[in-house]
Design a binder for this molecule. Structure first.
Ligand code: ADP
Ligand code: MG
Length: 273
């Protein structure tokens, strides 16, 4: 109808890389915050039993009564699991250690790879998650059933890659898994992009890795690189995204640039806040 607000589509991104410590969780927290800061409505789904994304977003373990465990177990909806954070427009569905056992419990279910995808139905229509425009799924550091659930539910994979020697090796394995998931579970799954993290301009190896990854993945690599920045690593112990902890630091500014680069590449106009 004339005068109605334009419909905002939902974009679901899985942050995946089977290597630990490459910046998946840090990117889920801070890209999520940056997208919310420019007006998007964001849900971070914590699919790592470690629960670092939940902690980094200030959600105390004792308050995680409904978690992604309950969502995947079919005992709660994503909307019921999602709680507000200190960042306006940013929600988080927290995880707990219970997720560890769920892999075993789910293994015999015929829809074991589609549990999250099923839970995503109707996500944006009612309840706390109404109107969400971006979902960021923080995956565990392995290509297990939890990560497969994320890939089956996602529109695209966002790959954080640390600027270090073995970066490309891990990337090839991840790309093969994405191919397999596309063939068997989710034909529309694409690669959203590769984010280079913990970049150190004083380190020659970092520069060489950047050149190699750009040579291999071309345009899929974002221009924005996330620098190694001590404020980024300090922020989680305060239960805050770095943008709330120190907005002016190089890490915060990089995540803001990354958010706008992602939105621009998708051809979406920033949402009026
Ligand atoms: P993953 O989720 O892939 O295992 P994390 O996001 O938890 O990786 O990051 C691993 C470690 O590196 C954490 O201690 C985090 O604080 C730190 N870290 C991540 N990104 C940066 C950065 N840009 N600068 C400094 N430290 C970082
Ligand atoms: Mg993590």
């Amino acid at each position: 109808p004339a005068g109605a607000k334009p419909e905002r589509s939902l974009r679901v991104l899985a942050l995946a890389n089977q290597k630990g410590g490459v910046g998946k969780t840090t990117t889920a927290i801070n890209l999520g915050t940056a997208l919310a800061a420019i007006g998007e409505r964001v849900l971070v789904i914590d699919l790592d039993p470690q629960g670092n994304a939940s902690t980094g977003l200030g959600i105390d373990r004792r308050t995680r009564k409904i978690s992604t465990y309950h969502v995947l177990a079919g005992e709660a909806s994503l909307s019921q699991a999602s709680v507000p954070t200190a960042v306006p427009r940013l929600l988080c569905a927290p995880s707990t250690m219970d997720l560890l056992g769920l892999e075993m419990e789910m293994a015999s279910l015929p829809d074991r790879a589609h549990r999250l995808r099923g839970a995503m139905q109707g996500l944006t229509e009612t309840g706390t998650t109404e109107g969400v425009t971006y979902v960021l799924i923080d995956c565990p550091p392995s290509l297990n059933l939890l990560t497969i659930n994320a890939l089956a539910a996602a529109d695209a994979v966002l790959v954080p890659l640390q600027c270090e020697f073995f970066a490309l090796e891990g990337l090839s394995q991840l790309l093969r898994t994405v191919e397999q998931v596309r063939g068997a579970l989710n034909p529309r799954l694409s690669i959203q992009g590769v984010v280079l993290t913990m970049f150190d301009p004083r380190n020659n190896l970092s520069a060489q890795v950047v050149a190699d990854v750009r040579g291999f993945m071309g345009e899929k690599v974002y221009e924005t690189m996330i620098p190694r920045n001590v404020r980024v690593s300090e922020a989680p112990s305060h239960g805050k995204p770095v943008l709330l902890y120190d907005l002016k630091c190089a890490g915060s500014q990089a995540y803001l640039r990354l958010a706008s680069e992602i939105i621009q590449r998708e051809g979406r106009l920033p949402q009026a806040a």
